[in-house]
Ligand binder design. Structure first.
Ligand code: SAM
Ligand code: SF4
Length: 348
């Protein structure tokens, strides 16, 4: 019999920790984990050129990340996405994929996946597939090598394309994520859609979000997706799709290509009602909403005890504070980001 402390909610029948249901009756079944804040790129909308990164000692070890993810799986998370920073630059990251794959084998987890900039994918695609990863999201905003270098500051387009080739050759399904940037790739987005669909890949266009001080003028980058969509509609015809991921994307089928196209508009509130996700940083901080500051420290309860009960209690307590929705705004007067943390901290 389980002996639970007063704070721990147990599903008595199953003897499992109780599933995660927030105050708005949303079941939390999707966890995104940032496994590192480091990256081999410095995308202009994500990082400043001179980022200072966390001391390595602050990071959860790979074993701790495994334990934390597994605790969420025990509490009903069915989909796990590793992100960052760049997840594939974390040393030893394949051992984490390997150990987490046991939850796919038991059926506790439906999906283990990652979001990557693709730079290391040529090296790891086949191994990822062997650990049960079926799909990857690759971020790519342009097919022009010079523009690619300008956006990522340090990136090499050829390597990313080679990574996508390797992923497809390994049998991974690839989805492209492209951030729409005013005056940078806005004229190219239709070609990017045609290219992705021509290679059998879905593509999602993301509205730039005001996260973190990037040493640049946010208002200069912001391009509303209503404009993007209207321009794409001059070349393509769309069929609305019901397809939902519980996430912020709205999908259409492009009739000319047969491919799927998503739009992520985080600045609007149209997806919060069905939000099923939470995020963990590489230091074990749980964010209940990408657009809010409220967070819970899970590293302390993780390290305080070898048993998971204090951790489950901390998670339960945090989920009771999951807000109804976010409140993104670019502070136009001061040109400040709405939130001070970078996307590479919470993970995209
Ligand atoms: N390094 C990996 C990558 O680039 O795919 C994973 C982490 S990255 C933070 C995840 C996603 O967030 C990427 O698709 C990136 O384009 C997106 N992103 C980063 N900063 C953003 C911002 N300010 N607004 C919108 N999307 C952003
Ligand atoms: Fe790195 Fe991804 Fe951020 Fe670009 S978007 S700097 S690849 S973490």
């Amino acid at each position: 019999m389980n002996v639970a402390g007063p704070l721990i909610k147990l599903d008595q029948a199953a003897g499992h920790p109780a599933p995660l249901i927030d105050p708005f009756a949303r079941a939390i079944t999707y966890l995104r984990v940032s496994v590192t804040d480091r990256c081999d790129f410095r995308c202009v909308y994500c990082m400043s050129e001179n980022m200072s990164f966390l001391p390595k000692a602050d990071l959860l070890t790979l074993e701790e990340l495994d334990r934390l993810c597994s605790a969420f799986v025990a509490k009903g998370v069915r989909k796990l996405r590793l992100t960052g920073g760049e997840p594939l630059v974390r040393r030893g990251i394949m051992t984490l994929f390997s150990s987490l794959s046991r939850h796919l084998k038991t059926g506790a987890l439906d999906e283990l996946t990652l979001t990557t900039n693709g730079s290391q994918l040529a090296k790891y695609a086949a191994e990822l597939k062997s650990y049960g990863v079926e799909r990857v999201n690759v971020s790519l905003d342009t097919l022009d090598p010079d523009k690619f270098r300008a956006i990522t500051r340090w990136g090499d387009l050829d390597k990313v394309i080679a990574g996508i080739d390797a992923a497809q050759a390994a049998g991974l399904k690839v989805k492209i994520n492209a951030v729409a940037l005013k005056g940078v790739n806005e004229d190219e987005l239709a070609d990017l859609v045609a290219w992705a669909h021509g290679r059998g890949m879905d593509i999602t266009i993301i509205e730039v979000m005001p996260l973190g001080d990037i040493g640049d003028d946010r208002l200069g980058q912001y391009l509303p997706l209503s404009i993007v969509r209207a321009r794409l509609a001059e070349r393509f015809s769309f069929e609305e799709l019901d397809y939902k991921t519980g996430g912020p994307a709205r999908y259409v089928r492009v009739k000319e290509t047969g491919g799927r196209l998503g739009f992520i508009t985080p600045m609007t509130h149209n997806f919060c009602e069905t939000c099923n996700r939470v995020r963990i940083t590489c230091t074990g901080t749980l964010y209940m909403c990408l657009g809010q500051e409220d967070a819970a420290d899970l590293r302390s309860p993780l390290r305080a005890s070898e048993g998971n009960d204090p951790l489950y209690a901390a998670i339960d307590d945090a989920i009771t504070r999951k807000p109804k929705g976010h409140d993104f705004v670019i502070d136009r007067r001061h040109k400040r980001p709405a939130l001070s943390r970078h996307m590479s901290v919470t993970g995209g």
